[in-house]
Design a protein around this ligand. Structure first.
Ligand code: GLY
Length: 371
């Protein structure tokens, strides 16, 4: 297509991470004409390095009740989302009912875990206190464990398989995915009317969805349309051993580490939480901390091969709540700011965005989050 050419869609989604593609797929399924624009490749941001824990109980924390409600709602949507996606894409996405075991490895950690357990109970979350023997019955590979909390309904998905499936399902639903860098907003009077890409082309749509993760506060947006998003760095490792002898069968969570087993023998070890701007260097300190804590929890990790070390950037808002809904400029919707929960919150984000796009009545971000 020549520079200067203008094309027209019902919806443009900027960003082909799990959130952007989920919104795009669910919207295309409703019969709208959708273009996704991605500057690198699908999942190139946080999605490709995420562990894929779908763990609302483990992520629950003090003072975040609205986020918890959203997380629980999305967790309930996940089984159907996974099933429909696998059917639409004709491939598996590594969705597993693993359950999670939170472990304390010394007395201080046990006191902290007890506090977290009391919180879980006060929020009516499904979790049981487990003594050391019960922990070891669940996970015989554990090291010296002082106490545990078993959250049996936590699940996981492989975000890389998820991205491939979402892209396939989206295209099968009639959507179009383009790799291009967005360089400017197209405004029609005060209204957002689309975007311009580096090759000079203009892409117009009735609505544009900003799903650019940590890059959502982009300079190409009008200043008043830029959401308050900052990147929070996470370093994460992939280990690998024989699939027939996994070092754990559940998600194992320590105070400073989580371990997520995949069916093929990989074990994801995550993740640091660092305020480092857009820095994505892998540091000796980060890798050391993750391996040290993984080894404390499950000593057999020492036998595994270290196959990858990555760093991703979590798109984070001041209150940790995602931005889902209409932003400050008419015609622009936000689907960003999911911090630690982008994969978990993808189904609920997609349902809400698709509904708003189909009805033509976008709701303001804060109201959507409060529902
Ligand atoms: N969801 C876990 C993390 O962001 O590290």
């Amino acid at each position: 297509m020549a520079a200067g050419h203008s094309d027209h869609y019902d919806v443009i989604v900027v960003g082909a991470g799990v959130v952007g593609l989920s919104c795009a797929w669910r919207t295309a399924e409703r019969g709208l004409r959708v273009l996704v624009i991605e500057r690198a490749r699908p999942g190139a941001g946080a999605s490709n390095v995420a562990a894929g824990m779908l763990a609302p109980v483990g992520e629950a924390t003090w003072g975040e009740d609205r986020l918890l409600d959203l997380a629980l709602e999305s967790h309930r949507l996940w089984p159907r989302f996974a099933e429909e996606l696998a059917a639409a894409a004709g491939g598996e996405i590594g969705y597993l009912d693993l359950g999670a075991l939170h472990v304390a490895l010394d007395r201080d950690e046990a006191a902290e875990l007890r506090r977290r357990f009391e919180l879980m109970r006060s929020l009516d979350l499904e979790a049981d206190w487990a003594r050391p023997r019960a922990c070891r019955e669940l996970e015989p590979g554990l090291g010296s464990v002082t106490a545990g909390v078993h959250a049996p309904h936590e699940t996981a998905v492989d975000p890389r398989s998820l991205i491939v499936a979402l892209a396939a399902a989206f295209e099968a639903a009639g959507g179009r995915l383009e790799v291009a860098e967005v360089t400017a907003a197209v405004l029609d009077r005060e209204r957002f009317a689309g975007v311009r890409t580096q090759d000079g082309r203009e892409h117009r749509a009735r609505a544009t969805v900003l799903a650019a993760g940590s890059w959502s506060a982009a300079e190409w947006l009008p200043a008043e349309a830029r959401p308050s998003i900052r990147p929070v760095k996470g370093q994460i490792l992939t280990l690998r051993g024989p699939a027939s002898e996994p070092v754990c069968e559940r998600i194992v969570v320590g105070e400073r580490v989580y371990l997520v087993p995949r069916e093929d023998g990989r074990l994801i070890v995550g993740a640091t939480i660092e305020e480092q701007g857009f820095d994505t260097r892998i540091t000796a300190g980060g890798v050391h901390e993750l391996l040290r804590e993984a080894y404390r929890a499950l000593p057999d990790v020492a036998e595994l091969e270290l196959v990858e070390a990555n760093a991703g950037l979590r798109p984070t808002t001041p209150d940790n709540l995602p931005l889902i809904g209409a932003g400050e400029v008419a015609g622009l919707l936000l689907a960003t700011g999911h911090y630690r929960n982008g994969i978990l919150l993808a189904p609920v984000t997609a349902e809400r965005i698709a509904e708003m796009l189909e009805s033509g009545h976008p709701e303001p971000v804060a109201e959507v989050a409060a529902r």
